[in-house]
Design a protein around this ligand. Structure first.
Ligand code: NAI
Length: 334
């Protein structure tokens, strides 16, 4: 029996986390969920969007499954997601983007891995006024954080038999910050001579991705570029409802989808839970539950391929609940 922290989050979070928990039960894995509130749900009860008990629970259990949490725009409380990643030092945001059977998009056979630095860059949220009509935001890049994310990217490539790591930057303009990021990537690349290494400026990457995503394998990026490129790449495989992720640290890991709280879908039973279910597949692999992880992934592929129980984002009319029930049925047969 595993004990795992469950952060349902807000918006569509409670719906997609409930779906993931149901599928994990159907796969026969026993998890003792320690459920904790974060985001708007927590403010009402605890007066803060990130109560200490969330951090304590993840620190104790080392593993969490998390739904999205809303961050107010241009004001309000700081991002719970960023605070969790920084406070728990979850330095790597791993986002595999893979085509799934039965999902029709303009792109086929996509198999990209986004490895995003998750603790610094512009996400310190350090902003201050510079006179009455100007504001400054600081962007911090350190050697330590850049080295370890580059190391993660190459070690991941080596372990998974992947061929190439591409470092993404804007060091033509941000010569010092992205310059340091690149220097660290080059350093680490030397220790992995069997893995090809290349560099690309972020704007050209966007063009090249749209024209021919197959030329890339693993992308390693500073925080903001990784955030933006993740949403772009999810478009190749059918959208945000399908792309999983993991926030990985030396001590703990939090598994969550790329997508946010999707306020437009919240409470409508229409969200696609696949992204969070595939995030729990990565979590189960991390917990050593490889067979259950394999069976869940296979069930997702079976139901998508059948195409009769698809959620609206994939052109179907099934509810979150009906799609989840179809997955559980497929699991019971496997
Ligand atoms: P979003 O990812 O919530 O939604 C973007 C679009 O994708 C919307 O049209 C939405 O309906 C669709 N979508 C997202 N997830 C879906 C799913 N599972 N099934 C079907 N369609 C889905 O991004 P947005 O609108 O930029 O952000 C909304 C809120 O979420 C913001 O407060 C933002 O800060 C927060 N957010 C939280 C994240 C987290 O908790 N890790 C990550 C990204 C955003």
């Amino acid at each position: 029996m595993h004990t795992v922290t469950l952060i349902p989050g807000d918006g569509i979070g409670p719906e997609v986390t409930a779906a993931a928990c149901e599928v994990i039960v159907a796969a026969g894995v026993s998890i003792n969920w320690e459920t904790v509130a974060a985001g708007t749900a927590a403010i009402e009860e605890f007066g803060t969007p990130l109560p200490q008990q969330v951090l304590d629970s993840v620190t104790k259990n080392k593993v969490a499954l998390k739904g999205p949490v809303t961050t107010p725009v241009a004001g309000g409380f700081p991002s719970v997601n960023v605070s969790l990643r920084k406070k728990l030092d979850l330095y790597c945001n791993l986002r595999p983007v893979q085509s799934l059977p039965g999902v029709n998009t303009r792109y086929e056979n996509i198999d990209l891995v986004i490895i995003r630095e998750n603790t610094e860059g512009l996400y310190g949220g350090v902003e201050f006024p510079a006179g009455p009509d100007a504001v400054v935001a600081t962007r911090i890049i350190t050697r330590a954080a850049s080295h370890r994310i580059a190391e993660f990217a190459f070690a991941y490539a080596a372990k998974r038999g992947r061929k190439k790591v591409t470092a993404v930057h804007k060091a033509n303009i941000l010569k010092k910050t992205d310059g340091l990021f690149l220097a660290c990537c080059r350093d680490i690349a030397q220790a992995f001579p069997s893995i090809a290494y290349e560099e690309i400026i972020i704007d050209n990457l966007c063009l090249q991705l749209v024209q021919n995503p197959h030329q890339f394998d693993i992308l390693v990026l500073p925080n903001l570029y990784g955030d933006i490129v993740s949403d772009l790449c999810s478009g190749f495989v059918g959208g945000l409802g399908l792309v999983p992720g993991a926030n990985i640290g030396r001590e703990c890991s939090i598994f969550e989808a790329v997508h946010g709280s999707a306020p437009d879908l919240a409470g409508k039973n229409q969200a696609n839970p696949t992204a969070l279910i595939l995030s729990s597949v990565i979590m189960l692999e991390h917990l050593g539950e490889r067979e259950a992880a394999r069976r869940i992934r296979q069930a997702v592929e079976t139901v998508l391929k059948e195409g009769t129980r698809l959620t609206p984002d994939l052109g179907g009319c099934a509810t979150t609940t009906q799609y989840t029930a179809a997955l559980c049925k497929a699991l019971l047969k496997s």
